[in-house]
Ligand binder design. Sequence first.
Ligand SMILES: [Cu+2]
Length: 100
Amino acid sequence: MKLKLGMITALASAALTTLAADKPVVTATATNRFTSTGMHCDCCAGGLTAELKATRGVAAAEVTFSNQLAVVAYDTNKVNTTQLTKVIKEAGFAAKEVKP
Ligand SMILES: [Cu+2]
């Protein structure tokens, strides 16, 4: 059987839907910024974004390489800044919460 591009796309999106279904919908109750120094390129930022998004209690994450910053929206009942700092450190970067 020959796989057509449309089929591959459909399979990929089905896989993504399954992945998304595994993680319950999170409603953010806070947004914090963290310096995440040590990133070398956009790829590092992309990897860290994925790590943060996969963390329990995280609703959204945006990491920018150019200013070495991670912005995370999360549910304070499920995760805290200490745990988020740990996730960034475990991804291989120096993490520090930016106090408002
Ligand atoms: Cu990189």
